[in-house]
Ligand binder design. Sequence first.
Ligand code: AMP
Ligand code: MG
Length: 417
Amino acid sequence: MPEHLSVNEAQQRIIKKLKPGLIEEVGLIEAPGRVMALDAKASIDLPAFSNSSMDGYALRAEDILNASAENPVTLQVIADIPAGKSPEITVDAGQAARIMTGGKIPEGANAVVPVENTDQADKFFHIELGREVKIFKAAKHGDFIRSRGQSVRAGEVVLPSGKVLTPQDIGALASLGISRVQVYQRPKIALLTTGDELVPPGEPLESGKIYDSNSFMLAAMVEQYGGQVLRLGIAPDKPKSIRQRLELAVSMKADLILSSAGVSVGTYDFVKTVVEESGELDFWRVNMRPGKPLAFGNYRNIPFIGLPGNPVSAFVGFLVFVVPAIHRLAGLNETIWPRIKVRLEHPVESDGRETYFRATVRKKNGQYLASLKDHQGSDNLVGLTRANTLLIIPSGVKSLAIGSEVDAWLLGSMEFA
Ligand code: AMP
Ligand code: MG
């Protein structure tokens, strides 16, 4: 095994070992953010019946071929068709039916003239139906008619498997009368935090200790990207404690075990050793910055990803490796990052590894300008909160001049200047 894998190779190796989990059926209320496990097909046409897209009059286009404001055509009004009613009339030559938006087009009619183009514009809100209407404008066949099946045909695939359900998808399913969908189960991600120095926030901080930030941040990220968190708690730096918690993950049937810290080369970095006792490590170093110590393998056949302990490195490692892993387990077909091209506001040095720099990007004169100032230190989470992008400096690049164009992942909102 090569000493240091490239980021891409490491990502591929992880993805290859993972596959989506079981399928479950959920109602539309629980469906947002879930991933379709089967194609959803329409069982009805949409619209299900031809209907009016305007408030106006349904009529026969051939009756009003020469209608104009100077030469209006007078038609006999034979019915009123509000939305939700099924008209039981036929519009014959010389006739029209008052119709509301969404109203069903009656037999015989083939066009709608909006009320604005009739003499009824200021009387339309009257419940009583006038006996006649004067039409001021000609119409073509199909004008202002949403015809049956023009949006969707029965049998058509409306949402493919692998799609994350957005609010508009949920609305589309509802419009087709679909109330339940087959989705993948949300992958269960067991979260192990290790370190003798860690104290939960809310408790007093003794000398030499730090607050555990990773377990909170990583749990939030697991939720954000579609997983369910199984909390294994904080393990002290002792093989026995680490082993106990990994066994807990096995008994909880985790789909992926995620650990923070303890995978480097420190004297007390026991996570790697414990994983290797009951599983194997595929790799534990990636040629990237931050986050070189990044382990992947399995513990009793449950995939395992060991993130670095430094919070910013853990954050970046999560985005680069764990997000695609969760997506794969969750049934998504791919991970797409919202990314933009930005220009450096100052020169940047790198060390040749693929590097993810925290930066602040702002828009000025139509360009995205990136500044790396104020965000140093892989322990500085508050600095990370002030950054709105991660700049990606490709491997092999050691310096970039001011004005160079760089890829950036969007993390937060951008200040427009
Ligand atoms: P390690 O990977 O154990 O060498 O840890 C690297 C650095 O990350 C050390 O400074 C740790 O104190 C810090 N660290 C480890 N775990 C956490 C955590 N859960 N929250 C905040 N910092 C941590
Ligand atoms: Mg440690």
